[in-house]
Design a protein around this ligand. Structure first.
Ligand SMILES: [Zn+2]
Length: 104
């Protein structure tokens, strides 16, 4: 089993808090930090660019409305995707949920 770094856990829990699909979180955690990955995997760009969410390869092929629905169904943050959250305010809430074991 692979051990995640602290940075990777950070991404993982933010992904959960923001309601991102598990496949996309895993994909991001696996690849982020490799400086070449974006251009190589998404030569034509990807959906929701600039939102902070990067879909995995298969989710990137889904209709946008379907992805938005999936994300908002699981989302813990108070504003619906793809609206931006205030990370400074949300971080405390995210950490509290994490501490209580509510972030799954
Ligand atoms: Zn996905």
């Amino acid at each position: 089993m692979r051990v995640l770094t602290e940075q990777q856990w950070h991404w993982y829990y933010w992904g959960k808090y923001l309601g991102y699909p598990s496949c996309c979180i895993d994909f991001f955690v696996e690849n982020a930090g490799k400086d070449w990955w974006m251009d190589k995997i998404y030569p034509k760009g990807f959906k929701f660019k600039g939102s902070g969410f990067i879909p995995c390869k298969s989710c990137n092929k889904l209709p946008e409305e379907q992805i938005i629905k999936r994300i908002n169904y699981r989302r813990k943050a108070p504003v619906p995707f793809p609206q931006e959250i205030d990370f400074e305010i949300e971080e405390a809430k995210m950490e509290e949920m994490l501490f209580k074991g509510e972030l799954k």
